[in-house]
Design a protein around this ligand. Sequence first.
Ligand code: TYC
Length: 137
Amino acid sequence: MRSYKGQVSLGQMKDSFQQSGLVDWHFNPRLQDGDEQHTDGDLAVALAPPQLKRPPLYAVVMLNDDYTPMDFVIEILQQYFALNLDQATQVMLTVHYEGKAVAGVYPRDIAETKANQVNHYARSQGYPLLCQIELKE
Ligand code: TYC
């Protein structure tokens, strides 16, 4: 086993292995930070299974109103949600006739950012268009 003596402390090694999440670590309990007497590094590592989880997804939901022009909504859907003209027109009409529709689905930070950007931009142009986000199960 490679000795780290003189380079990093045992505590630093433990922290770094723990933070990496790549290994389960086991240290010889006799070996402590600050001990004078050392073995040559009684450290056993074993590969841990990766603990990965997909992030929760949020829908950016666009709400209907009576004032925002249809063309403006279609442009927003193309610019912020990467829809083509046909898709954007479909989503806009769904909002118009049914009250709301999903513009896109993203991890939370991205969904929040897009909803905020759209709301601010619409307000800056004098329209009440509103997006909100909803956790998808
Ligand atoms: N209802 C609006 C109109 O008749 C159009 C509209 C569509 C507004 C979708 C908002 O999210 C919206 N001009």
